[in-house]
Design a protein around this ligand. Sequence first.
Ligand code: NAP
Ligand code: GDD
Length: 333
Amino acid sequence: MTSTPKRALITGITGQDGSYLAEFLLARDYEVVGMVRRSSTVNFERLGHLQDRIEFVPGDLLDEVSLIHLLRTHRPAEVYNLAAQSFVQTSFSQPVLTAESTALGVTRVLDAIRFVDPTIRFYQASSSEMFGKVVEVPQRESTPFYPRSPYGVAKVYGHWITVNYRESYGLHASSGILFNHESERRGLEFVTRKISYGVAKIKLGLADELRLGNLEAQRDWGYAGDYVEAMWLMLQQDEPGDYVVATGETHSVREFCELAFAHAGLDYRDHVVQDERFFRPAEVDLLVGDPSKARQVLGWQPRTSFPELVQQMVDADLELVRSDLERHRAPRL
Ligand code: NAP
Ligand code: GDD
């Protein structure tokens, strides 16, 4: 007798993490349903290779009825809530929109679950940005939050409403406090991808400088492909919980530049220019996580080292810029 495959719903499937999680679940024989919001252009750039294996359904975190409708229709066993306005800089210029999706959107999904089927297991994409102006180094599950951006504040709300629905209604709701994770699929506006793409453009003669903000900020950077496994592991536990997912190492933006430019045979000091436009009204200076609980309880650990991540991203962008050049496509940034 063959068993029925598990069905998972991913919000934010068109994003970086959504694409890796979809791959991960498909490889484990899940049926993957991906919620996609309406836009005037198709946005499956990260999912092209999986497109015919995923069922795409319309929905938006701003619209509760769309969430109830798609849970009722598709009956997933697991919901991964990855959708959010996720760019910190934009949250300063669009704080209310950020709160609508990144904060209240979480309540809408949780309420839809409670309403349709409280046995659905729920994953919330919480963030190390919640630690903000850190009060403890390294940061662990018990470290108090001190967010420094409207995005961070919204994520604190999303985190606590997840905890609250777990405690109030007995939902299997878990929160992954993920530290920065990157890849060649990262949005071009985030600093790591901006650097790897900038290096490729400079190397291939399309630019001479790269304009950045604060080079001294430090982050605990891991590889996105490694981190989606931790999300899944959380939902396979008998009990829901909160977990820090991190490498335990921290590096500055300057170090990222140094390695990325050097990998292409360049010196970052010849090309990087600091520009006020990319500084933030309030900065998060240092993030470094303690992933002991994830290691001990979930058996999770990162596989990709910092130098490997940087090199992988630069190589991928060299390839991308080369192939765009061959096809006479304009640079993407
Ligand atoms: P991302 O690439 O920016 O993807 C965000 C996704 O959310 C996209 O699919 C986007 O759809 C969707 N979305 C935005 N607003 C929506 C709305 N109102 N309704 C429905 N969908 C909406 O983000 P990511 O890097 O994959 O991150 C995934 C999640 O983890 C986010 O919640 C992020 O805040 C959180 N997180 C990320 C990191 C990290 O380092 N990557 C660390 C900690 C936490 P469109 O394609 O239509 O824009
Ligand atoms: N984006 C960007 N662009 N950041 C820059 C630049 C620049 O030109 N120059 C310096 N930085 C610095 C930022 O000030 C910040 O300190 C650091 O680089 C990282 O910025 P981002 O890559 O934009 O990521 P983030 O840390 O603000 O937020 C990311 O990680 C969070 C987890 O801690 C996002 O993925 C969030 O969604 C996620 O929750």
